[in-house]
Design a protein around this ligand. Structure first.
Ligand SMILES: [Cu+2]
Length: 480
């Protein structure tokens, strides 16, 4: 029994009883040292005017600003009703915090106090259309706070202002959202954002860049009242799809493929920290970045919840993580929800070492680029298609909002396609095949693209070129 292992074990035991470990380690989560006695919320009928968001701790985009070190953070986030563009050409009647979706990101530190105030400005006119939704009650629920929901998260009427304070007791990446019933509708309409709380002593690692990526779903249908914004049809919340948890768009930072068109910059050899929050409201996210491995994952944004060397992190609704990774070499690293049905609805973004990137990298990152047509009309058709139609159609990569265009000249006659592109709304009234297609598209009709006859000819010659390529080889690449 007197093996070296035994001796080593005995030494270890002795050592553990030694005098140098007698003082208990300090508990960072000692609840007796936390602020659990916030003051009551105040309501007033004095309203904020001017900007709908303010505070030195706020970041408005994916680029996260450095920590503002003041121990008290004044945060103003007012609610508004606003038209936002959730995909190119898809104008959606949203409800917001701070006049944007997602709302601004708050950055603070454990021990800091948030002094929050919010005016419900849903009664202010929406530029572009009359009123998207009648003024209504809204509220604010901070997952970063420990407070009585009945007091702090109460619904406030249009024109009213609520003010309350709380101390940040735990580090993490926390969701905030409107908590007014139907909560589901308020979240799906855009009322959410993130609060990032650093550990009191900061993060244990150093990074070169920090980004925020918020995943969420939209449930959009054409406005039954046929309202338009700037000449294009307005989309409104589809409450049937919402209850069935069947989103029309699943996106990062509020826009379908938004960070594909505007990739987040990085350089080879850099270490990147991404704060990821899955807002839902109803789907999980399998967050993954093609081309790298997460060196560290801090689940819920707390370094005490650490994983190493992960490929994917699974986030339920309102779960979050901080992921850190290296950019190994030149390239475009693709952030996706690896539930690919969600990615194909727009949950894609790029972190790229070059300013310009190509959408060909997206779904087929290991595939060669395909040929382009030689006939000038087809070339023009391809270019126009890639800038105007890719938001809703793919070529050979499956259905998006509209059908896959591959094979379209085989299922439709040229004069049918011409009539369709000229006036989809007329075809939907009169043509049986068009009506069937609309059902397959879950009753989301294609907006009229205002195409001239010459343009329509170019699209048709491009479509014919596609269908002459060997099956599956033609793809379309994103607009620059
Ligand atoms: Cu609300």
């Amino acid at each position: 029994m007197k093996s070296p292992t035994y001796l080593a074990l005995a030494a270890l035991l002795l050592c553990a009883c030694g005098p140098n470990v007698q003082s208990p380690p300090t508990d960072r989560y000692d609840t007796s040292k936390m602020d659990l006695k916030p003051t009551p919320a105040k309501l007033s009928s004095e309203r904020h005017t001017g900007p709908l968001a303010s505070g030195a701790s706020l970041s408005m985009t994916a680029v996260l600003k450095p920590l503002d070190t003041s121990p008290v953070k004044e945060v103003q986030l007012d609610t508004s009703h606003k038209i936002i563009e959730i995909a190119p050409g898809v104008k959606f009647a949203a409800w917001t915090f701070g006049d944007q979706v997602p709302g601004p990101t708050v950055r603070a530190r454990v021990g800091d106090k948030i002094r929050f105030s919010m005016t419900n400005r849903s009664d202010e006119p929406v530029p572009g259309v009359k009123l998207t939704a009648a003024p209504m009650m809204h509220s604010m629920d901070f997952h970063a706070a420990m407070v009585s929901p009945q007091d702090k998260y109460r619904s406030v009427a249009p024109g009213q202002t609520i003010t309350f304070e709380f101390t940040l007791n735990y580090p993490g990446v926390f969701m905030y959202h409107c908590g007014t019933p139907m909560i589901l509708e308020h979240i799906a309409s855009g009322m959410y954002g993130a609060v990032i709380v650093e550990p009191r002593e900061g993060y244990p690692t150093k990074v070169d860049r920090e980004y925020v990526v918020i995943q969420s779903e939209f449930y959009a249908k054409l406005d039954p009242d046929n309202r338009k914004v700037d000449g294009v049809p307005l989309y409104v919340l589809d409450t049937d799809r919402l209850r069935a948890a069947q989103p029309t768009h699943t996106v990062f930072n509020g826009v379908h493929n938004g960070m594909v068109r505007q990739p987040l910059p990085a350089k080879p050899g850099e270490r990147i920290r991404v704060f990821v929050l899955n807002v839902g409201p109803s789907k999980t996210s399998s967050f993954h970045i093609v081309g790298t491995i997460f060196d560290r994952v801090w689940f819920e944004g707390n370094p005490d919840n650490q994983f190493r060397g992960m490929q994917t992190v699974l986030l339920g609704s309102s779960n979050s993580a901080i992921v850190e990774f290296m950019i190994p070499e030149e390239g475009s690293y693709i952030m996706v929800d690896h539930h690919f049905a969600n990615a194909s609805q727009g949950a894609i973004g790029l972190i790229s070492t070059t300013a310009k990137t190509e959408e060909k990298d997206l779904e087929h990152h290991n595939m060669e680029a395909t040929d382009t047509p030689t006939d000038p009309a087809a070339v023009q058709g391809k270019q126009a298609f890639e800038s105007k139609c890719l938001a809703c159609h793919s070529v050979g990569q499956g259905r998006k909002l509209g059908p896959d265009i591959a094979g379209v000249t085989k299922r439709r006659a040229d004069n049918w396609l011409t009539k369709w592109l000229k006036s989809p709304e007329k075809m939907l009234e009169t043509d049986v095949d068009a009506k069937t297609m609309l059902k397959e598209a879950n009753n989301i009709p294609m907006p009229n693209q205002n195409l001239s006859d010459a343009e329509i000819k170019q699209y048709l010659s491009y479509f014919h070129w596609i269908d002459m390529q060997p099956a599956g080889t033609a793809t379309a690449h994103g607009a620059k």
